[in-house]
Design a protein around this ligand. Structure first.
Ligand code: NAP
Length: 295
């Protein structure tokens, strides 16, 4: 790699903290190598209060693109010059493109989720969806589902504050003419959750419940009768690869091809960022083989 770095090499990277174990440098550098692009991707540790200085430096150093991870996504949305429509609705940014010193913030998580669904033969258009969670991942998914023509999204969340944030996104989408029925419910009533899932086509977990380390074996769905052949179950969690929710769905009637975990979303959100950076499609098949060889 170092033999190809020259005076014209373009710099990309990821900001957030911690980033020392981030998978994105390996992924993007593989893709740059694949196309023979004169680009390199590094990880930069950055706290939330350092985002402004970091983005000023990115302009000064002509860093061409930055991915943004926890805890900097909201502050990055406040500091960039422009926002994509999805980033404006969600108030968060995970990809920044630097065009001649103008920084545009995008959020690619929602597109990543949708692309992975489509890669598995599913769409959200016209569907009734249950979404658990209202954090960063959930907000991006909610926005993209609405923009993509979902019939309804019923949002369940633990805190009232989170539900109010989701309602603000729903109201902003409606004010922009996006037509999608949205309902906001607390997770305190498991019967209501289960009844709503029974009538839905797609169930999405966008909370960390079930995530390793520590949360393995947990799921917000405790009534196994909600699962059926045609229900699509999507858990955004990447670790473990198969969560308790997914295991329960598989063991209680859902079809294997309808039960999806978060790794596909992670890959496809990166693919969208790569497209924004380079205008090229990410070599997803080759990257999957490369990543499988690394694990
Ligand atoms: P976040 O912004 O912190 O939001 C967390 C959400 O989960 C909030 O709605 C929170 O509700 C809820 N929650 C947290 N603990 C809970 C519990 N014990 N019971 C019920 N609800 C709970 O986090 P995020 O960035 O959205 O991440 C959420 C999950 O998505 C994580 O597992 C993360 O790794 C994963 N993720 C995956 C991808 C991907 O590409 N696959 C991308 C981004 C994130 P309150 O409002 O009550 O706090």
């Amino acid at each position: 790699m170092d033999t190809r770095i020259s005076g014209t090499t373009k710099l990309f990277g990821i900001i957030g903290t911690p980033v020392d174990r981030a998978g994105s440098p390996a992924m993007y550098n593989f893709c740059f190598d694949y196309y023979g692009l004169d680009c390199v991707y590094l990880a930069f540790d950055c706290r939330e209060d350092q985002v402004k200085d970091t983005l000023d430096a990115a302009k000064r150093l002509q860093i061409r693109g930055l991915n943004v991870t926890m805890p900097c996504k909201r502050e990055a949305a406040r500091q960039v010059d422009r926002l994509s429509p999805a980033a404006r609705f969600t108030g968060a940014v995970n990809t920044i493109v630097n065009e001649d010193g103008i920084l545009t913030g995008h959020i690619t998580d929602g597109i990543g989720f949708l692309s992975d669904l489509m890669d598995h033969g599913h769409t959200v258009t016209g569907k009734d969806i249950v979404l658990m969670g209202t954090g960063g991942a959930a907000s991006a998914i909610l926005t993209q589902c609405a923009l993509e023509g979902a019939a309804s999204v019923t949002i369940f969340n633990r805190s009232r504050e989170g539900l109010e944030k989701a309602r603000a996104i729903g109201d902003a989408l409606a004010a922009d003419g996006v037509s999608c029925r949205m309902e906001y419910r607390l997770l305190t009533d498991p019967d209501l959750l289960h009844r709503t899932v029974r009538k839905a086509s797609i169930l999405i977990n966008a909370t960390p419940v079930g995530m390793a380390p520590g949360g393995e074996g947990r799921s917000l769905i405790t009534d196994m009768s909600v699962f059926h052949r045609d229900l699509v179950v999507y858990d955004v969690i990447c670790q473990p690869e198969t969560t308790r929710l997914m295991e329960d769905a598989l063991q209680n009637g859902c079809r294997k091809e309808n039960v999806l975990g978060g790794r596909g979303m992670l890959l496809w959100q990166a693919a969208e960022a790569f497209r924004l950076y380079t205008g090229l499609p990410m070599p997803v098949k080759e990257l999957k083989a490369f990543l499988a060889g690394k694990s």
